[in-house]
Design a protein around this ligand. Sequence first.
Ligand SMILES: [Zn+2]
Length: 75
Amino acid sequence: MTVLTALDRCDRCPAAAAYRASLLVDSPPYDVPTPTLDLCGHHWRKNGPAMTEQGWVVIAGNPEVFATELEGTPS
Ligand SMILES: [Zn+2]
């Protein structure tokens, strides 16, 4: 899986992207690029369930953001 870095930002806010999601289509129009969205943890939690239902899948993530999101958990 691709690893996102701090340079990858959320497409909806200035936060670092935690997830990159791509829309999988059964019969893609091959001349059209597959849509992808980079989302921070907040926006993924907000939109992820609906997006998953529409066929979006997570194709990349940022382990550093995951670590930050777990802040408050004893390490
Ligand atoms: Zn965001």
